[in-house]
Design a protein around this ligand. Structure first.
Ligand code: PSU
Ligand code: MN
Length: 335
């Protein structure tokens, strides 16, 4: 049907022999690569808003049991706001779209999870491994199912010193080539925020601040000192932007920066000092590549005695609320 075509062009392309609805019913959208939770396939087939959620935050971003609790909390916030959460992860070599509570628990305690970005996907699938998908890995999978809104805490970016290390997160390139709106609390000050915004501009990514002003948020604090060209004041404004991006067929993504709520940002400066120290320690210890972000996250949590973790959970919860409002409005526009 034409409605399905306009709402889920990617999924239709993927399964062009049959209609997506037939596939959803017949095979539960599982083709050996994917395993889709029935709640998600049902939501997709009736046009209910779905919000994608990443899983590196579970496998590499937070210690157990905080990782599991946060994952469940974020899902419940999405549900409270009338959307269906689709946490995406790799379990035994299959990409799961939507996890059961048992699967979330397994993932949160499993010792040998791979951090899976775009470049890791094929290998991890071929070897039957377990993995938490990063923003880039999650976007690849979510896009195949026509999911347009994705909520996370923070995305990767251009690392400080990238002019010599070339450490630039694959998340930025993915945003440049996947038409999806990523809702995050901006970019952590472990990264070079100015360079990250420059890189996103080069990639053609629409970047907007959510709220009254155009200052891009810096994860633990609402203020980064960098302004972006646009701000979105309401979920409706954000949804209209996403809808136009899809109608235009641009195939590039959007980043919406939601500032951490005021009451959760008092310790922002203390946390930033811990970040500074952790970045220096990472360099001294020769930590490189994909290990950098997890090392710093863990060290900052230690140095702030868990306070950075509390702030992290609070902001993700807020992002889930805002992202769900946006997804809900978008689903109305696409009916
Ligand atoms: N920032 C956080 N917590 C995280 C991550 C980023 O505050 O868990 C994860 C996300 O999954 C993101 C990834 O996509 O780290 C980026 O890793 P890298 O810098 O290696 O690209
Ligand atoms: Mn990197």
């Amino acid at each position: 049907p034409s409605f399905i075509k306009s709402a889920f062009p990617a999924a239709v392309t993927l399964f062009k022999k049959n209609s997506i609805v037939t596939h959803l019913k017949k095979r539960n959208l599982s083709n050996g690569v994917f395993c889709v939770h029935s709640e998600i396939s049902e939501a997709i087939s009736v046009g209910k808003p779905v919000v994608a959620l990443e899983s590196t935050i579970i496998t590499h971003g937070m210690p157990y049991p905080h990782n599991l609790r946060t994952a469940l909390l974020v899902e419940s916030v999405v549900r409270e706001n009338h959307c269906v959460p689709a946490t995406i992860a790799v379990l035994h070599g299959k990409i799961h779209i939507g996890l059961t509570e048992t699967q979330l628990e397994t993932l949160s305690t499993y010792d040998n999870c791979v951090k899976v970005s775009r470049r890791d996907l094929s290998l991890v699938l071929s070897k039957g491994l377990m993995g938490g998908t990063t923003v880039s890995g999650t976007m690849v999978a979510a896009h195949k199912f026509g999911i347009h809104v994705f909520v996370t805490g923070g995305i990767g970016g251009v690392h400080r010193g990238a002019e010599s290390t070339m450490d630039i997160s694959a998340d930025l390139i993915e945003l440049g080539r996947t038409p999806m709106a990523v809702v995050s609390a901006g970019i952590k000050s472990i990264l070079d925020i100015g360079k990250t915004l420059e890189y996103l501009e080069t990639e053609g990514v629409t970047v907007a601040a959510y709220g009254k002003n155009k200052e891009f948020p810096a994860f633990f604090t609402p203020n980064s000192g960098y302004t972006v060209p646009y701000n979105l004041k309401t979920p409706q404004e954000a949804a209209k932007m996403i809808e136009r991006n899809l109608s235009l067929g641009l195939n590039s993504g959007m980043l919406i920066g939601v500032p951490i709520p005021k009451q959760d940002s008092d310790l922002g400066e203390l946390i930033d000092a811990a970040i500074q120290q952790s970045v220096e320690e990472a360099q001294k210890n020769g930590i490189v590549g994909k290990e950098v972000t997890p090392f710093i996250l863990e060290r900052v949590n230690e140095l702030t005695e868990g306070k950075s973790l509390d702030a992290n959970i609070a902001l993700i919860r807020n992002n889930a609320k805002v992202g769900s409002h946006i997804a809900y409005e978008l689903s109305k526009l696409m009916k």
